[in-house]
Design a binder for this molecule. Structure first.
Ligand code: BGC
Length: 763
C-alpha cells in the first residue's frame, strides 16, 4: 500500500474512532517478514538482548588532536561487540561535516556488519533539519512550521531533512515531536506543532511522510525512519518543569494527546515511537502496559518498534521510584512493551535482561517480539543490503534550492501580531536602530537542537544573517545601526544577561526613524530550559520602556521558544512580530517581511498568555468563560489572553461571507462540507489560513469551547474571492465521554469559519 501525500488525507488524518484497528496499521510484507523470521531464528538469547540495547556514541570513542571524533577499539570491543549491541545514537558533542559523519557512522556500521552480523540502527535528533551537521539546511523549528498552517512545508522540510541525514549515513531520526504545547512554562514548547491536537496530527503525518516516503516497508536511500515522540502526555507537566509528572484527564489523553500519534501511525506509517520520559496520572509511561501495548501496539495493530527516551528505564528506579533497582525496572519496562532501551553508557541491561528471561520474569516471547520489531525496522530500511549511504551520493546537500525553501518556510512562519497605523512595511531609506539581545545572534534564531544540543549556532552559523545583518543588507548599511542595550552572557546559563547598557541604546535612537527591538530568549533545550518566571526578563522590558521615552516608533520582535509575557511593554510599541525560532534564514525572512517584499501569512498555533495566572488554550472548557454574575456573586472569570490561537495579521485584509454547510441536519455516518467565500479586500496579494472550528453546544461532559476541525491556506490576489470548502466526517465531532468511550451525541453544533457562523444538528 502506498502512502499518498494528498492534502485531503492529511486533513482527515485525525479521525476520532478508537475502535481497535482491524487492518494492520502498516501492511505486512511477506518477503520481508520471512527475512525477519529467518534472522530471528538464528539468534541466541545473548544476541537478542544485545539488539535491544542502544548506546550513546561518545561512550564508544573520543576526540583526537586533529579535531576528529574516532571510535576507540577498546571501548567498541568491550561494549558494542561484546554485547552485540543493536543501536547507537546521537552526536559526539557538536556538529560534524557530512563526510565526518560518514566516517563515524560508517565505522559503527562496519563493526556491526563484520563482527555482530546485523547492521546497527543509528539514530540522530534531526529536529529542524540535520541538526548536528555543518552546512545542513536548517528549517524553522516545529512551532514555526505549525504557524505556517501549511502541511506541505512540514512535508518538504521532512523530505530535505531525510535526504541530508542520508548524506551523513544516518537512517533514523527521533522526530517529529508530537507533544501538545499546551503549557508555555514547559521548556520544550517549541519542539511541537502548538497546542492543538489536529494541528499536531496533520503536521505529524506530513513530516512523517516527508521523512519516510510513500512505502514504510521499503524506505529508500533518500528517506529515513521516524520516531514520533514523546508518547504520551509529555507536554503537560503540572509544575511546568520538564520531565515532571503530568495529570491529564483520561478523556483528554485519548481525545487530544493520543490523536497525533495515532494519525502519524495510521496515516503516516510511522515506524518507531519514543516514550515520554515522565509519568501520567502517577504511572511512568515507560512502565505502562496500557499505553505501550494496549493502546499503541494492540489498539492500532501496529508492528513498529518502541524505544525509550534517554536512560528512562534507569529513571523508573532512580527518579520515579516505582522499581527497587535496575533489574526490576527493566522487567517492568520490557513487560510493558518497550522494545529498545536507550541506556546510554552501560551494557548491564543485557546481562540483567538475560537473567530475567532465564528466571521466567520476562517471557522469551516478549523478547522475541521486541527483537522482531527491531529487525523489522532494519529490514524496512534496507540496512542489511545497504548498511551505509555516503555524502558523495547526495549532491544536493545544503543546496541553494533547499535554502530557498527554508527561507520561504521562515517567511510563512513569522507572525505579525500588531501593526498600529500601518507602521509596517518600512520604506527603503528608513533609518533604523536595531537593538536587544536577540538582534545579532544566530543562536537565538535557531534555538536548541542546532549544531549542539543546547544550540550553539553562534559558533557554527556565521555564514547566515542575523536580524541586524539581514536588515543592513535590506535597508543599506548606512541606514541601519546596532546598539544592543542588553546582551546575553556568553558562556553563561541561557537565561543570564550581562549588566545592561540601556542608556547607549537610547542615545543611539536619537537620529533614527524607527527602532527594531529584538527581545526574547537565548537558546536552550530540555530540562536545562526550565523557567521560574514566564515574564520577559526585567532588563529587556526596561530596555523597551526606556526606548519608548524617545517617542520613536518601536517594532517589537519576539524571538523566543515560548510566549514570554509582554503585557506591560506591548502598549508601548507600534508593531509586534513573533518570529519564534525561525532558523538560519529567519533574519532574512524578517527583513523581507519588514520591507514588504514578502507578506505575513502566519498565525499563532498557540494561545499567547497575558498574565501568569491566566494560562489557557483555545479549546478551554466552555465553563471556564464565566461572565460577571448577577446577584450575590459578583466575580469575573473571563479568560484573558494577549493574542488568541489562530491570530495573525497581514499587509492585506480578508473578509468572509456566505458560510454554508451541505447538511444542516446530519447523521453520524455523514461527511460534512463547509464552504465559505474568502475575499482579499486589500491592495496586496496575501495568503490566508482558513480555519473551521466547531462547538458542541450541549454535551454530557462539559464541552470544549471550540475545536479546530480543518484548515487550509489559500493565496488570494487583491480583490480576488475564492470559495474554500473544508470537509470533515461527522464522526470528527465526537468526544471521549466519562467512561472513556468515543461518543457522538445528538443535538446542536455550531461551526465557525472566520467571522461566519452556521448551526447544524445531529438527529
Ligand atoms: C530527549 C529526546 C531525544 C533523546 C536523544 C532525550 O533527552 O528527551 O527528545 O530524542 O534525548 O537525544
Amino acid at each position: 500500500m502506498l502512502y499518498a501525500a494528498a492534502a485531503a488525507i492529511l486533513l482527515s488524518a485525525c479521525g476520532s474512532s478508537e475502535t481497535p484497528n482491524r487492518k494492520p496499521a502498516i501492511p505486512s510484507d511477506a518477503d520481508l517478514e520471512a527475512r525477519v523470521e529467518k534472522t530471528l531464528s538464528s539468534m541466541t538469547l545473548d544476541q537478542k538482548v544485545g539488539q535491544m540495547l542502544e548506546l550513546q556514541i561518545d561512550g564508544l570513542g573520543g576526540w583526537d588532536n586533529d579535531g576528529k571524533f574516532r571510535l576507540d577499539p577498546a571501548k567498541t570491543d568491550t561494549l558494542l561487540v561484546k554485547y552485540q549491541v543493536g543501536s547507537v545514537l546521537n552526536c559526539p558533542g557538536h556538529a560534524l561535516s557530512p563526510e565526518d559523519w560518514n566516517e563515524v557512522i560508517g565505522e559503527v556500521q562496519r563493526i556491526s556488519m563484520e563482527r555482530i552480523g546485523i547492521p546497527t540502527l543509528y539514530g540522530i535528533d534531526q529536529n529542524h533539519g540535520a541538526s548536528y551537521t555543518l552546512g545542513a539546511t536548517f528549517f524553522p523549528q516545529n512551532i514555526n512550521v505549525a504557524a505556517t498552517f501549511d502541511p506541505q512545508i512540514a512535508f518538504r522540510a521532512g523530505e530535505i531533512t531525510a535526504y541530508e541525514t542520508r548524506a551523513c549515513g544516518g537512517p533514523w531520526t527521533y522526530c517529529p515531536t508530537l507533544d501538545l504545547a499546551r503549557d508555555p512554562r514547559w521548556p520544550r514548547f517549541w519542539e511541537n506543532y502548538g497546542e492543538d491536537a489536529l494541528m499536531n496530527a496533520v503536521m505529524g503525518v506530513a513530516a512523517t511522510r516527508g521523512m519516510q516516503g510513500d512505502d514504510p516497508n521499503h524506505v529508500d536511500c533518500n528517506h529515513i525512519a521516524v520516531s514520533i515522540k514523546h508518547y504520551l502526555g509529555y507536554g503537560l507537566p503540572f509544575s511546568g518543569k520538564d520531565r515532571t509528572p503530568a495529570f491529564i484527564s483520561p478523556a483528554d489523553l485519548k481525545e487530544k494527546h493520543f490523536a497525533p500519534f495515532k494519525a502519524a501511525i495510521l496515516s503516516g506509517g510511522a515506524l518507531t515511537v519514543m516514550v515520554n520520559s515522565g509519568s501520567v496520572n502517577g504511572t511512568p509511561v515507560h512502565a505502562s502496559h496500557e499505553f505501550l501495548t494496549e493502546w499503541l501496539k494492540e489498539g492500532l495493530n501496529w508492528d513498529g518498534m518502541i524505544v525509550t527516551d534517554w536512560a528512562d528505564i534507569n529513571n523508573l528506579w532512580k527518579r520515579e521510584k516505582v522499581a527497587r533497582d535496575k533489574k526490576e525496572a527493566i522487567c517492568m519496562a520490557i513487560n510493558a512493551g518497550i522494545d529498545m532501551c536507550m541506556e546510554p553508557y552501560n551494557a548491564d541491561f543485557c546481562t540483567l535482561l538475560k537473567e530475567l528471561v532465564l528466571e521466567g520474569k520476562v517471557p522469551q516471547s516478549r523478547v522475541d517480539d521486541a527483537v522482531r520489531r527491531i529487525l523489522r525496522v532494519k529490514y524496512r530500511l534496507g540496512l542489511f543490503d545497504t548498511p551505509m549511504t555516503l555524502a558523495q551520493d547526495y549532491p544536493n546537500f545544503g543546496s541553494a534550492g533547499f535554502a530557498e525553501f527554508a527561507l520561504r518556510g521562515a517567511e510563512e512562519s513569522e507572525v505579525l501580531l500588531k501593526n498600529e497605523n500601518s507602521l509596517l512595511p518600512l520604506k527603503q531609506g528608513t533609518r533604523i536602530l536595531v537593538t536587544g539581545p536577540n538582534a545579532n545572534s544566530m543562536r537565538t534564531l535557531n534555538g536548541g537542537w542546532s549544531y549542539t544540543w543546547q544550540g550553539d549556532a553562534d559558533r557554527y552559523a556565521g555564514e547566515y544573517n542575523t536580524i541586524f545583518e539581514a536588515l543592513q543588507q535590506k535597508f543599506g548599511a548606512s541606514n541601519v545601526k546596532y546598539e544592543p542595550g542588553v546582551t546575553y552572557k556568553s558562556g553563561g546559563a541561557w537565561w543570564e544577561e550581562n549588566a545592561p547598557s540601556i542608556r547607549q541604546a537610547v542615545a543611539a535612537a536619537g537620529n533614527v526613524d524607527v527602532i527594531v527591538a529584538c527581545v526574547g530568549e537565548n537558546s536552550y533545550c530540555e530540562t536545562p530550559g526550565n523557567l521560574d518566571d514566564l515574564n520577559l526578563s526585567a532588563n529587556q522590558k526596561d530596555l523597551v520602556k526606556a526606548l519608548s521615552t524617545t517617542g520613536k516608533p518601536i517594532v517589537l520582535i519576539l524571538n523566543e521558544g515560548r510566549p514570554r509575557l509582554v503585557n506591560d511593554i506591548e502598549p508601548l510599541v507600534r508593531a509586534v512580530v513573533d518570529v519564534m525560532l525561525p532558523g538560519n534564514y529567519g533574519g532574512d525572512a524578517l527583513a523581507n517581511l519588514l520591507a514588504g517584499d514578502a507578506n505575513f501569512s502566519a498565525k499563532l498555533p498557540f494561545t499567547y498568555p497575558r498574565h501568569i495566572n491566566s494560562l489557557s488554550t483555545y479549546d478551554y472548557k466552555a465553563s471556564e468563560r464565566t461572565a460577571t454574575m448577577e446577584g450575590a456573586y459578583d466575580y469575573s472569570a473571563d479568560v484573558k489572553v494577549q493574542w488568541p490561537f489562530g491570530f495573525g495579521l497581514s499587509y492585506t485584509t480578508f473578509s468572509y461571507s456566505d458560510l454554508k454547510v451541505d447538511k444542516p441536519q446530519f447523521s453520524a455516518s455523514d461527511s460534512l462540507s463547509f464552504s465559505v467565500n474568502v475575499t482579499n479586500t486589500g491592495d496586496v496579494a496575501g495568503k490566508e489560513a482558513v480555519m473551521l472550528f466547531t462547538s458542541d453546544l450541549v454535551a454530557s461532559l462539559v464541552p470544549d469551547n471550540r475545536r479546530l476541525r480543518a484548515f487550509r491556506k489559500v493565496a488570494l490576489a487583491p480583490g480576488e474571492t475564492k470559495i474554500v470548502t473544508l470537509t470533515i466526517a461527522a464522526s470528527d465531532l465526537s468526544f471521549v465521554n466519562a467512561k472513556g468511550d468515543w461518543t457522538l451525541e445528538p443535538g446542536d453544533f455550531r461551526a465557525q469559519i472566520g467571522t461566519q457562523v452556521v448551526n447544524l444538528t445531529l438527529q
